[in-house]
Design a protein around this ligand. Sequence first.
Ligand SMILES: [Zn+2]
Length: 415
Amino acid sequence: MNLFILTFIFLLLLKVIVSTVLEMTNLRFLRNHSSKIPECFRDFIDSNSYLKSVDYTIAKSRFSIVQEFYEATILGFLILGGVLPFLFNFFSESLGYGVWSQSLVFCLILFLIGLPSIPFDWWSTFRIEERFGFNKSSPKLWLSDKLKSGFIALLLGIPIVALLLYCVRLAGSAWWIYGFVVIYLFQLVMVVVYPMFIMPVFNKLEPIEEGNLKKRLFALSERTGFKTKSILVMDGSKRSGHSNAFFAGFGSFRRIVLYDTLIEQMSESQIEAVLAHEIGHYKLGHIPKMLLLSGVMSFSLFALLGWLSSSSLLAHSFYFTGLSLEQLILPIFLLFLTMGGLISYWMSPIGSAISRRHEYEADAFANQAMGDSQPLMSALRQLHTENLSNLTPHPLYSSFYYSHPTLMEREAAMQ
Ligand SMILES: [Zn+2]
């Protein structure tokens, strides 16, 4: 038993315990509220929808507790059972230790260790989402999604890992600085590439239809200084009844995407308010701010990775033996990636808190642009009702996980 193994076990157990306690606390809090609709929600939600949202939250929460235990077991088995070194040696012996073959080894291993989570994805879509009437996907579409995203991951993953390995070969111990630059540039490129080229592989994105709604949205864009050609409608209804809207890209590559489900469920003034909120994200520079934050985070992670890869201690502790320091770089990447969640879990509340602040700012922007807080408030109420969102999450739970403030918090801020 060495220090690395002990730390791993400790972090693994800690995450399982904390996330389970958070789920249970949230569920108890919800049950305490579920006997009758809280006063502030009575104007817009009937008891049927409210009870349905309670059931939906309970179903998802139970599912995530089971999933957490399952994934921790798998991870424990992968790391402590010597599965990673076995797979690594097995593939490396037949493919070799060259840059491109090691990159392929890396992707093959990630593919294999990702397999156990697939049944959970299936269950979530075809059992839980289906039971609450959200699922619109078919097994065929689900499977083709999986194949497509696997293919895209390979297409992008193999060259990126190869580039990282080149950095190691060329720059020696300072490789992590170049590695950071490579990954960060890749991230920046993806912000543009993802909505332009990857989203259309899965969904149809079309400019909003001619008509009164378009006129209103155009007028709003004009008023707020946002170029209108980038308002798109996405066929989200192909997979799910959930509705949403988001802002992606930056500069002249920016896009606002409204789900067709959102357009179907909402009145024109509500949609206008949602658009105003999304334009707010653009105007207030939220994407560049988040990119800067993730740059700082990536840089510290790479510095850590650089330090860990300067000795064979980490890899040896997790049973990778008989390899040179250069051959150990891929095992270190693998260990870092599979165990990274145990550390990033504790950082996610920081990201969530910043994201929530951005939501408040975008809400304030929207209300100013609309000259009234009523449309956005009713749009948010509609969104929460249609999506069966949990209206009364435990404050600890929502501050840990929620990227958006709760409905109550947003309404309070608007008033
Ligand atoms: Zn937002």
